[in-house]
Design a protein around this ligand. Sequence first.
Ligand code: 6PG
Length: 259
Amino acid sequence: MWSPGAAPAMANKRIIVAADLAALVEQAAKRIADRIGQAGDRAAICATGGSTPKPVYERLAKEPYRSELPWDRTHWFWGDDRFVALEDDRSNAGMTINALLAQVSVPDANIHPIPTGAATPEEAARIYQAELRRFYGRDQLDPAAPLFDLVLLGLGSDGHTASLFPGLAAVEETDRWAVGVDPAGLAPFVPRVTLTFAALASTREMLFLVCGEGKREVLGRVLAGENLPATRATATGELVWLVDRDAAPDEARSRGKFR
Ligand code: 6PG
C-alpha cells in the first residue's frame, strides 16, 4: 500500500505498478475475471473507453477467459460515452462490444449501452439513470449493496475520469447518477454522457487503468491529492490504481512496488 503525503488517508486505496503495458493488461484481465467469478447470480461491470482498456478487453476475449468465465451472467454498463452512434468509431460501448462482448457469449439483454440515440445528452442521462435504477431495484444507493461489482476508469491528461472534466458542475453532483456533458476541451469534441461519482462509487472494486509516460505527471498530482476530478473518486469497496512503470510517479517506483 502506498499512501502519498498530501492525499486524504483512504484505507481501501492502493496503487499497483505493473512492469509494462503487457503486464498491466494481464493483471487487469485477471482482476476483472476474479470479480466476475466472485459475483453471485450476476456480475455488473461498468466499462470505460479510451485507449488503455482496449487491449484488456481483447485479452478477455481470448483463452482461458473466453471459455471459463460465466459470460451469460455478466451485465455491462458504461461509466461514460461520447454522444455518437454505437457504430461510430468514437463510441466507447461500440469499442467494448467489438473488442470483447461480440466475441463471447454475453446475451444482448445484458449489454446496457448509454442510449446515445436519445434527443439530447441530458435525456440520455435520464433514461440511463432509470435503467440503472431498474437494474439495481431501488432509487437510493445502499453502501451495503453496491450497484456494480467492478468499475473500470481511465485518467485523462487534464485529470478527468469518465467524462467528469475539471471545472464541470457534474464533478460535484451528489444526487443524479448520470448527467449530460457539453463538448470538453479534449478530443473527441462531441457532447458526452457520464455517470457521476455518486454512482461510480457504488462498487465492490474501482479499477483505474493508467499507462504511458504521458500520464506520469498528472497521476502524480492525483495521487498527491491535488483538486482534480479523478482525485475525488471513491469506492464503497476497493479503490485500485493499476498503472504501468512508465506512468508511475517516482515515489511509487522508488519504493519498488512493482508486481
Ligand atoms: C473517454 C473516457 C476517458 C478516458 C481517459 C483516459 O470516453 O475518453 O472514458 O475518461 O478513460 O481519457 O483515456 P486513455 O486510456 O485513452 O488514456
